[in-house]
Write a protein that binds this ligand. Structure first.
Ligand SMILES: [Fe+2]
Length: 495
């Protein structure tokens, strides 16, 4: 009994000890977990224990610990999300600021681009204006040089109208000259009028645009005819005007003409620069015309002097009296019949008067010799065209006048004198004059023969047409004589 009791006691003591150890161990784990909890470690869990009370505490502790851990994780997650959102918000704000800055910079760049574009346009416009100014100055310089070399007034008129129309891009250009009475202007030259013009080519000073310029003695600009009431849209010459510039041509204080340019080829309006340029051209023209007029006076004086000299020489030669005058008349009739231009008619007229000027160096004894000339005398006669050419050479006559004097004894077959020039190189005016010269020589009395009749002289000319004489000029003379014969006016030839 005692043994059993002892055994039971020992067994009870053993079990108690074991339970005590388990309690101690559980309490230690619970204590450690509580300490870890105090230090913020929620990961520590309490091992399961078979002890009812401590087991329940451990289970509650572990549950609470897990719940707190979950809450802590949720909070951490929320913290991270909050941080992330803050970060995102910060980025968004930065982006918005950047976007605003970018937008502003873009706007500034656009503004700068527009300014650059405007500056470029301005620069291009200035370059264009500069190029135009250079071109105009160059053209003006060229015009000035050309005017300086030209002494023929009609050519000067044509030159300034055509060149200024081209330079200033005008559809119509014209020049009116002051009449002798100083009260009206007459159209001298125009271009671009075409069929727009009617027959009215004269206007009173003070009326119309050119009349206004002549009376006010200053250049005029009409930008748009529809925006003013002084001048009508339709000109006195019958054409429609949109825009125009006009300038007086004056020598000293005296207005001698008016140049006008009407309508631009590019449909723009004329401007003040172009008015000034036209006024400059008119001024250059005035100087050229002044020089041309002086030269004309000198030439006219010289021409009259030579004509007087020829008349004096012919007066001593009873057989050739009036010869130069008649040759001039016949030449003019033939030239008219052959439809020569007014310019070539003028060459004929002057060369006709001067053609035998070289004879002033030939002895009268030879000119008036009553018999046939010997070889030496004929050789002296043959130099008179060359002498005449040399007399006229230093004078600023039209070159063709001098050439005509030189060639008036040349022949189409090249057997003429003084140079034996070939037909194609003989001036038409000289060929006409050779026919007129021979016709007058044959139909007037000579010391060694009586005059031939007009018909016989004409037959002689026809016989040698093509070899000695220009065939066309002979045909023209025949037509003139036939016409005079048919009207019984042939006596007029020697009147
Ligand atoms: Fe002659």
């Amino acid at each position: 009994m005692n043994g059993l009791f002892t055994t039971l006691l020992i067994l009870t003591a053993g079990i108690s000890l074991i339970l005590l150890v388990i309690y101690a161990f559980s309490l230690h784990a619970l204590n450690k977990a509580a300490k870890n909890l105090e230090s913020g470690d929620l990961q520590t869990s309490i091992p399961k224990t078979p002890l009812p009370f401590l087991g329940e505490i451990s289970r509650h502790y572990n549950f609470l610990s897990g719940a707190v851990t979950d809450l802590q994780r949720v909070e951490e997650y929320q913290q991270r999300m909050l941080a992330y959102e803050k970060n995102e918000m910060s980025h968004l704000l930065e982006k918005e600021v950047l976007s605003r800055q970018l937008s502003q910079q873009l706007s500034e760049t656009r503004g700068a681009n527009q300014t650059i574009s405007e500056l470029n346009k301005d620069l291009e416009e200035k370059n264009r204006s500069l190029n135009e100014a250079i071109n105009r100055l160059s053209s003006l310089n060229q015009l000035s040089r050309m005017l300086g070399m030209e002494h023929d007034r009609k050519k000067i008129y044509r030159m300034i109208v055509s060149l200024s129309s081209e330079l200033l891009q005008a559809e119509i250009g014209h020049l009116l000259l002051m009449d002798e009475d100083g009260k009206s202007l007459s159209l001298e030259y125009s271009q671009g009028l075409g069929e727009k013009s009617d027959s009215r080519r004269k206007m009173a000073v003070g009326t119309g645009m050119a009349g206004w310029v002549a009376s006010h003695k200053k250049p005029l600009l009409v930008r748009n005819f529809k925006n003013q009431e002084i001048f009508s849209v339709k000109s006195a010459m019958g054409y429609e005007r949109k825009t125009a510039i006009s300038a007086p041509i004056a020598i000293g204080e005296e207005v001698i003409g008016v140049i006008s340019l009407i309508n631009k080829t590019n449909d723009r309006s004329f401007n003040e620069d172009e008015r000034t340029l036209l006024a400059t051209i008119a001024s250059e023209t005035s100087m050229a015309l002044h020089n041309a007029l002086l030269l004309e006076k000198v030439q006219t004086g010289y021409f009259n002097m030579v004509q007087s000299l020829i008349t004096a020489v012919e007066a001593k030669d009873i057989y050739t009296r009036g010869h130069s005058e008649r040759v001039t008349q016949y030449s003019q009739l033939i030239a008219e019949q052959m439809c020569l231009s007014p310019e070539r008619m003028e060459i004929i007229q002057k060369a006709g008067v001067l053609h035998d000027i070289g004879k002033i160096t030939i002895e009268l004894a030879i000119l008036n010799k009553p018999s046939t000339l010997n070889k030496d005398e004929y050789e002296k006669i043959k130099v008179h065209p060359s002498v005449g050419y040399r007399i006229l050479e230093p004078i600023d006559f039209e070159y063709d006048i001098k050439l005509c004097v030189l060639q008036h004894h040349e022949r189409p077959d090249g057997k003429g004198y003084p140079n034996g020039t070939n037909a194609e190189e003989i001036l038409l005016e000289a060929r006409i004059m050779a026919v007129a010269d021979a016709f007058d020589a044959m139909t007037t009395k000579r010391p060694y023969r009586d005059p031939m009749s007009v018909q016989v002289a004409l037959e002689e000319l026809e016989r040698y047409a093509g070899s000695q004489f220009d065939p066309d000029a002979v045909v023209a003379l025949k037509k003139i004589i036939d016409m005079l014969v048919s009207t019984d006016s042939v006596s007029l030839l020697h009147s």
